[in-house]
Design a binder for this molecule. Structure first.
Ligand code: PMP
Length: 431
């Protein structure tokens, strides 16, 4: 085991050795000093020594770690019946109706999967069936998942994971152009990608974007920047897929879904991560005409997806998000956090732009105007040492990714900001 883990306890070093032995080399641990969590509650995670960490990173547990309402719904249904979608059950219908009700009328049908990757995999199959095309357009540092089909259009997996021959990448919406030029510039990129596909004899099937552009470094402004690109893919015969795995379920503070910030209605919406607050569930919401032919031609069954327990978990999460106004909380607390972070950035030599919306905020870290992945990693680790969890994203790994559970309060935000101030001062050499 390398020097990296020298400061860990004997017990933690033993766990890492066991991990390496039994899980092999593909798994990565967060932080220079990885953490051994044993318990979570609300916005707090606790390690094996009982130390509390403020979680400003986990979007899966969006209604809070160990949320009692979700736990009760899961355990009650698990104690009663857990079958699959091949027999009748109310839960899946009520839940699908609830999901469809969060969308514009056109998006009226729901299909269930267990992971976001599977949802995007299904979206490609439907897009290809509906359009007769195969071409896929994604942003240049997008992540959409791990199946072999989806890894082919997840460029953030890096140079060792090949993009498909039918895949084209476009620059994400610009964070440096004047706001009035962002929509047209993004559309120009999509049009160039469409033209390149056609030149190679490939008919476009879909443009898919994560509507908060998390792995591209968190890009949310100006609202509306997707409009022209969506029109362009449609006029080329393709469809628009909104990947809501990251921004969905209220995180943006604007609405339930990230695409709503941009005033577009997608043809397919893929969803996941926070959907079951940790219960593994995902899916897609579709225009009925887009999935009609696919459904006639291909039987769809996904053993664990849409089970009565999954539907109970999902319904409980959605109920908590709506009834506890977690969208309003994301907006208010997110705005407070963003404004305060902007004040820090105005006086810091290493902090640049603050981006994002609601409880999804990205802060650029630069050195002499150049992206600084090393300073970014130092801030992430300094915050971890001081008991607050965040991570980094972006093509240059220089954007601090702040994405707490949606139950993050104003008081949690104040704790966060104090630790952020100290951690950035550590890295600037001011402490
Ligand atoms: N799409 C996006 C935008 C994601 O961030 C992720 C997961 N990080 C996925 C899809 C894949 O989801 P899963 O890990 O559940 O397969």
């Amino acid at each position: 085991m390398g020097r990296r883990f020298a400061r860990l306890s004997e017990q933690e070093q033993a766990l890492i050795a066991r991990r390496e032995r039994v899980l092999g080399p593909a798994y990565r641990l967060f932080y220079e000093r990885p953490i051994h969590f044993v318990r979570g509650e609300g916005v707090w995670l606790y390690d094996a020594e009982g130390r509390a960490f403020l979680d400003a990173y986990n979007n899966v547990a969006s209604v809070g770690h160990s949320n009692p309402v979700v736990l009760e719904a899961i355990s009650r249904q698990a104690a009663t019946l857990n079958t699959h979608t091949r027999s009748l059950h109310e839960n899946i219908l009520t839940y699908a109706e609830s999901l469809a009700a969060t969308c514009p009328d056109e998006l009226s049908q729901v299909m269930f999967t267990c992971t976001g990757s599977e949802a995007n995999d299904l979206a490609v199959r439907i897009a290809r069936n509906y359009t007769g095309g195969t071409g896929i357009i994604v942003t240049s540092h997008a992540y959409h998942g791990v199946t072999s089909t989806v890894a082919e259009f997840s460029p953030s997996l890096g140079a060792n994971v090949d993009l498909g021959l039918h895949v084209r990448t476009v620059a994400p919406p610009s964070s440096t152009l004047p706001p009035g030029e962002v929509e047209a510039a993004f559309c120009a990129g999509v049009e160039a990608a469409i033209a390149d596909l056609l030149r190679h004899g490939i008919k476009p099937a879909m443009l898919i974007v994560d509507t908060i552009f998390s792995s591209d470094g968190v890009i949310a402004d100006p609202p509306g920047f997707l409009g022209k690109a969506v029109a362009a893919i449609r006029s080329a015969g393709g469809i628009f897929v909104a990947d809501e795995v990251q921004p969905g379920f209220g995180r943006t503070g604007d609405a339930v879904w990230g695409y709503q910030r941009h005033g577009v209605v997608p043809d397919l919406v893929t969803i996941g991560k926070p959907m079951g607050n940790g219960y593994p569930m995902a899916g897609l919401i579709a225009r009925a005409d887009v999935i009609r032919n696919f459904g006639r031609q291909a039987r769809y069954f996904n053993t664990f997806a849409g089970s009565p327990v999954a539907a109970a978990a999902g319904q409980a999460v959605l109920d908590v998000v709506i009834h506890d106004d977690l969208i309003g909380n994301a907006k208010a607390v997110g705005l407070y956090l963003k404004r305060q972070l902007e004040l820090f950035c105005a006086i810091s030599p290493i902090l640049g732009q603050v981006r994002g919306t609601g409880l999804f905020i990205g802060v650029e870290v630069v050195n002499g105007g150049v992206p600084s992945p090393s300073a970014t990693a130092r801030i992430v680790n300094a915050m971890r040492e001081r008991g607050v969890l965040i991570s980094a994203s972006g093509a240059h790994a220089n954007v601090l990714k702040i994405r707490p559970p949606l139950v993050f309060s104003q008081s949690n935000a104040r704790t966060f900001l104090e630790v952020f101030r100290l951690a950035t001062a550590d890295v600037e050499g001011r402490n």
